[in-house]
Design a protein around this ligand. Structure first.
Ligand SMILES: *Cc1c(COP(=O)(O)O)cnc(C)c1O
Length: 487
């Protein structure tokens, strides 16, 4: 399968661009609406890009979750799915693929990544426990706190720097880990959580060396390691690219090694296998039994876990394809291209380029907007208005309020522009870069946002906001001045 391993082709001319090592065989028509219609759409959507209808979206860069392109082999495998409530052959094929790719014996299927977090959190976390991790993911934190746990993020100092050339910004700081264990006691730490390609800080990977060190500490104190493998393929790719020791190791071996450090591996297959669904796996029969009974309760019988058997079939194929470098390098190479181009135009982006998406630092892009007026949310809305490209706010709107009702300001205010695998072309990517550039030149026109409707849990999904002034109209006027009535 790994017959072609060069994602970035050098041209005879000067340019080096990421060339698509796939061809398009099924397409979906896109709509690029006029700017006035986009302004209407974002008004109706409460200035929250989650609330847009995709009929009004040109490039949907909200997320890579469930939106990666499937391969011909994945789609064709869906035809042979075995519709059985119990004992479906599709499940056994998926189980085989997981044993092969992750090297884990026992598999619990769940309907998506957060369902795995629900099971793991309910089984292992008691009130008063603490969970050290490189960084949280929104749904992870919510489930852990729901079960009375408290999370501690112990990234190294590099992790939260916007500009860096550290290859592994997702690494755990070993000294902080030891300090936490001494302070709280190993008995109050059900597990250490490692998230591959740390989502909320810009898709930044950790190294195998860091995993080794975390494992040594975990073993010393008898603490489990839980690996969130939702973005493990890209993390493995970065290890191969950036960690000298592994430059000649196959992705298959790197994946096995990464999973080998963990007692429990869980994942969203909406990402890792370019399908929809999720799972939990372990080599410990004892851990498996502890978690097993929650699956029929919340998800479904143990051979489908709330997933369609067609998705399960495609998951088996997708997991195998995660070992193919041309598959897992596609999104990182387009992201790297975008990051370089934006950086060259002076636009503040997270470096080095990570997995999942290009992350724009809204705090410096819109430095005139105070954090309590949600610069990342404002940037997401503004970019949609002027381009039809939909990104996701990853900042204070995605955070929570404290007991006094004040916003807990996020560490970073990011606009994430996701690059689902093998979905966008280079000309579309260039359009995005051009429009972000225009917006940067006109950034002073963008103003802040305020909540008008605010859910108590995971408010970023359904919350509605409004601009603090008439800045959207002014932005549209300038857009029309520069582009005529064009799109
Ligand atoms: C997406 C994601 C999840 C949650 O998965 P869903 O399938 O969306 O529920 C958990 N962890 C990480 C790191 C993710 O990226």
């Amino acid at each position: 399968m790994n017959d072609q391993t060069t994602p970035s082709i050098r041209f005879y001319g000067e340019e080096t661009i990421p060339v698509e090592l796939h061809k398009v065989r099924i397409v979906q028509k896109l709509h690029l609406r006029p700017v006035d219609e986009r302004l209407d759409a974002i008004n109706k959507g409460g200035y929250n890009t989650f609330l847009l209808n995709t009929k009004d979206v040109f490039l949907d860069m909200l997320t890579d979750s469930g939106t990666n392109a499937m391969s011909d082999n994945q789609v064709s495998s869906m035809l042979k799915a075995d519709d059985a409530y119990a004992g479906s052959q599709s499940f056994y094929r998926m189980e085989e693929a997981l044993r092969d790719v992750f090297g884990k014996e026992h598999i619990l299927p769940v309907h998506q990544g957060r369902a795995a977090e629900n099971v793991v959190s309910q089984v292992f976390i008691k009130p008063g426990d603490i969970i050290p991790m490189n960084y949280h993911f929104t749904t992870t934190k919510a489930h852990m706190e729901l079960n009375g746990g408290k999370i501690f993020e112990i990234l190294t100092e590099e992790g939260l720097k916007i500009k860096s050339n550290h290859p592994f910004k997702g690494n755990i700081d070993i000294q902080q880990l030891k300090d936490l264990i001494l302070q709280y006691g190993a008995e109050h730490i059900p597990f250490i959580r490692l998230e591959a390609s740390t989502n909320l800080i810009g898709g930044q990977p950790f190294s195998i060396q860091n995993m080794r060190e975390v494992k040594a500490v975990a073993d010393e104190y008898g603490i489990m390691i839980v690996l969130d493998a939702s973005l493990i393929g890209e993390n493995a790719w970065f290890i191969k690219q950036r960690e000298e020791e592994f430059k000649n190791t196959s992705i298959r071996d790197i994946l096995r090694m990464m999973c080998g450090f963990a007692d429990i591996v869980y994942f969203s297959s909406r990402k890792v296998s370019s399908t929809r669904g999720g799972g939990i796996c372990t080599n410990s029969h004892e851990l498996f039994l502890k978690m097993r009974d929650l699956v029929p309760l919340y998800e479904g019988f143990l051979t489908y876990g709330g997933m369609s058997v067609r998705e399960i079939e495609a998951m088996a194929v997708g997991l195998q394809e995660t070992t193919d470098e041309t598959v897992i390098s596609q999104s990182p190479s387009f992201i790297e291209y975008t990051v370089k181009e934006l950086d060259a135009r002076g636009i503040p982006v997270i470096t080095p380029a990570g997995a999942l998406g290009c992350h724009i630092d809204a705090m410096s892009f819109l430095e005139h907007i105070p954090q309590k007026e949600y610069p990342a949310g404002a940037l997401a809305a503004a970019l949609y208005i002027i381009s039809g490209c939909r990104g996701m706010e990853r900042g204070t709107i995605s955070s929570v309020r404290n007991e006094n009702g004040e916003d807990v300001l996020a560490d970073m205010e990011l606009l994430r522009l996701a690059f689902p695998r093998r979905v966008f072309t280079l000309s579309q990517t260039k359009f995005l870069i051009d429009r972000v550039h225009w917006l940067f030149e006109n950034r002073k026109l963008v103003g802040g946002l305020k909540f008008v409707e605010e859910p108590e849990v995971l408010r970023f999904f359904m919350g509605r906001l409004a601009p603090v002034s008439d800045w959207p109209q002014k932005l549209v006027e300038k857009f029309k001045e520069d582009f005529g009535n064009s799109l």
